[in-house]
Structures are given as structure tokens and as C-alpha cells.
Design a protein around this ligand. Structure first.
Ligand SMILES: C[S@@+](CC[C@H](N)C(=O)[O-])C[C@H]1O[C@@H](n2cnc3c(N)ncnc32)[C@H](O)[C@@H]1O
Length: 389
């Protein structure tokens, strides 16, 4: 990729990212900064060095029983699996009911090849689609699909992506600093190495802080920029991992199961989220999901870190991006003495979603033990309201 192309693509990505960080986290009130709204709650989606993770299994589906029971699978229904991965959830949905159909989408060409294989087993009951969430309207039009009866989103990376060193997601397996979930589908899309080569220091610090919840974001950003002059270019995952290790305090970091994690886990996650524009994609698919789901249909979302969950929650409970996050619809209209104009009343009765589980569901202890990737999973489910089409 020429330096100029990479710069243009990077600038577009930065622009979109700052928009979404602003709209998903920062609009509690116009004069308060984004930092004030992002809680210090840590997340860790990496599998690096996680004991119990089996590289022979492409990807173990998370909370599969809960997903199946939430989705209400019935004969003749069509379920859209927006994050096909290795097809673990799709397969279980197809096997759970002889007459259900599944559409399996993924942006990753490797996952798409798995999906094409699955079609050999399930024939017309399964439709594989290659594309990003934001491409769903175009793909539906191309394939003559108008609506679906249930939708599943299982966010983040698959084990297949983490385990393949050549994809550049892994701290423990050395490979090129790539991290593009789309592989080479979009040759102009900046890789992680391109981002680190061209990004400005203050932008990098924000990415590390917001997407990685890295407490030492500024110090790390400074070191990465300085490394450009020393190494010229950070090219591999181990170069980045060593750099982070050498810069950050060597205090032991623990995951949610209190097991040691690599000090660069948050850095890798932040850069991956940025490279793949993950939060913006999520924000878009929450809108699109509401458009393509039939009234009464269910949306099930598995998220793995607090920023993702916050975007999902805001859509499901109907918090306007310009509203303070603490004000849900019910809080806003709790005071019976308030006068409500017709617009207010319309707003109350025109809610997009009815939330099924008020509090997130989390995996059982046994599942976390046998599949450590499930440890930070949060499941939310909502029904598309009948009166809102
Ligand atoms: C956690 S994995 C899903 C695993 C899957 N449920 C299974 O059981 O094998 C998430 C998948 O979503 C895909 N993905 C993430 N963001 C996406 C997006 N914006 N558009 C399409 N696919 C996306 C990733 O490529 C990855 O394969």
C-alpha cells in the first residue's frame, strides 16, 4: 500500500472512530469529556496463553444453551447469525430444529470458507454470506432477503483468528502486525503496522485508553511513537509485545479468573478494535438489526467487554446518544406529575425493543472452567416491538 493511500484510509478511520467514541460514550452532556464517562472496568478478550484453550477446536461457541433458548427457534423461522466464525452457534441452531433456516455472515474470508463447507451439509437451509455488519443491507438486497425472525451477535474475535500467527492478533505467536478481520479483502485497509506507523501520538493514546482501558496509555503511546525513529517500523507482534513489556511497569496483570495475562493484552485489543472499526460497526448493526428483524423477533447479543456492552445496552434500552446515559426512558417519565406532550407519549409507546433480561446473563462456572474465553461474556436479549416497524 502506498503511504498516501494508507494515510487517507487511516484518516477516514480516525474520523469515524472519534465520531463513534463520541456518540457511544461521550454524549452524556455536551461539556463533559469522554474520559469522564468511561469506567475503569477492565476487559480482556485475549486468549493468549490461556490454559484450557484448545487450538485443535477452531472455536468453542459461548453460552450456546442460553443462546438457543433465548432465540425461540421454531420450524419455518430464519435466524441470522451475524458472527459465523467457525459456525458453532449456527450448527447448533440448525441441529436444534429440522425446519429452521440460518443465514451465516462473517467479514473474515476464512470463516466464510467454513460457512461454505457448512452449506454442503445443510444445503438450502443454510446461506453463507461474506461481509461486514455494515454491508448487510446490500447483501440482503443482492440475495433477495427482506427480513429474519431472530438475530445472533457473538462479538469480538474467534479463536481461529487468534490462533493463526499470520493474522497478527496473537501476542504469544509471532507474526506480522496485521489484525485485519477482513484479511486482504480490502487492500487499502490499514493493518495494525500501518496504524502504528502513521498515527499521531495523541490519537494513539486515546485509542489505548478508550479501547484498551490502558491506564498508562500516554506513556505507552509516547514509547511507540519514539520506537518509530529507532526501529523505523514495528512490523511484528513480538516486536510490539516486547516494546510494551519494556515500557509498562512490570506489575502482574490478572484476568477475570485471576490468572496472569500478558502486559500487552490491552494494547493488542485496543489496536485490534481500532483497525477493525469494531465499535462503529456494532453501532451500525444495532440499527440495521432493528430494521431487518420481524416484529416479535429476538435479538441476542454476546459481548466481551464493557465498551461493547455499553453500546448494545444504549440501543436496547432506547437511550438517545444525546441523553445522559443514566436516564433511561422509565426514569425520564417516572414523575407522574409531569405534563407529557404528544411527542413524549409517542416516544414511550414507540420503544424499539423490549428487553428480555434486565440484567445481563453470564456463563455458568463449569463453562468458564472448560472454555476460558467465555469468562467475560455478557448476554443481552431483546424483542423487537410489534408497534415499531
Ligand atoms: C467470536 S467470533 C464468533 C464465533 C461463532 N459464534 C462460533 O460459534 O464459531 C466473532 C466473529 O465475528 C466476526 N465479526 C466481527 N466483527 C464483524 C463485523 N463487523 N462484520 C462481520 N463479521 C464480524 C469475526 O470475524 C469473527 O469470526
Amino acid at each position: 500500500m502506498s503511504k498516501m493511500l494508507s494515510n487517507i484510509a487511516l484518516r477516514n478511520l480516525l474520523q469515524k472512530t472519534s465520531q463513534i467514541v463520541a456518540s457511544s460514550c461521550n454524549k452524556f452532556s455536551s461539556n463533559i469529556t469522554a474520559e469522564a464517562y468511561l469506567s475503569p472496568q477492565s476487559f480482556n478478550d485475549g486468549l493468549h496463553g490461556v490454559p484450557g484453550h484448545n487450538i485443535d477446536t477452531p472455536h468453542v461457541p459461548v453460552m450456546v444453551n442460553e443462546v438457543l433458548s433465548m432465540l425461540d427457534i421454531h420450524p419455518g423461522k430464519t435466524i441470522l447469525d451475524l458472527t459465523f466464525g467457525a459456525g458453532g452457534h449456527s450448527r447448533r441452531i440448525l441441529e436444534s430444529c429440522g425446519d429452521v433456516n440460518v443465514i451465516g455472515l462473517d467479514r473474515d474470508p476464512v470463516a466464510f470458507s467454513y460457512a461454505q463447507k457448512m452449506q454442503e451439509n445443510f444445503g438450502q437451509r443454510f446461506t453463507p454470506l461474506l461481509g461486514r455488519f455494515s454491508e448487510v443491507p446490500r447483501l440482503f438486497q443482492q440475495h433477495g432477503i427482506s427480513s429474519v425472525d431472530g438475530i445472533l451477535l457473538d462479538l469480538g474475535c474467534s479463536s481461529m483468528q487468534f490462533d493463526d500467527a499470520s493474522r497478527g492478533f496473537s501476542i504469544s505467536r509471532d507474526g506480522p502486525l496485521d489484525m485485519r478481520m477482513d484479511g486482504t479483502r480490502f487492500p487499502d485497509q490499514p493493518t495494525a503496522a500501518d496504524v502504528l506507523q502513521h498515527i499521531e501520538e495523541h490519537h494513539l493514546a486515546k485509542i489505548l485508553k478508550y479501547y484498551g482501558e490502558e491506564k498508562q496509555a500516554k506513556k505507552l503511546a509516547r514509547a511507540i511513537i519514539e520506537a518509530r525513529y529507532m526501529f523505523k517500523r514495528l512490523k511484528t507482534t513480538s516486536e510490539l509485545a516486547y516494546l510494551v513489556e519494556s515500557v509498562l511497569d512490570t506489575e502482574k496483570r490478572l484476568d477475570k479468573l485471576a490468572r496472569p495475562t500478558h502486559v500487552a493484552t490491552k494494547t493488542f485489543q485496543a489496536i485490534r478494535i481500532f483497525v477493525n472499526n469494531e465499535i462503529n460497526e456494532l453501532n451500525q448493526i444495532m440499527e440495521i438489526a432493528h430494521k431487518v428483524l420481524n416484529p416479535g423477533g429476538k435479538l441476542v447479543v454476546l459481548s466481551f467487554h464493557s465498551l461493547e456492552d455499553r453500546v448494545v445496552k444504549r440501543h436496547l434500552v432506547g437511550i438517545d446518544m444525546d441523553e445522559p446515559a443514566s436516564k433511561s426512558m422509565s426514569q425520564k417519565y417516572r414523575n407522574a406529575f409531569n405534563w407529557h406532550n404528544p411527542d413524549n407519549v409517542g416516544e414511550i409507546f414507540n420503544k424499539n425493543w423490549s428487553v428480555v433480561n434486565k440484567h445481563v446473563l453470564t456463563p455458568e462456572f463449569n463453562e468458564v472452567e472448560s472454555n476460558p474465553r467465555s469468562r467475560s461474556a455478557k448476554l443481552r436479549c431483546a424483542i423487537k416491538n410489534q408497534n415499531n416497524i
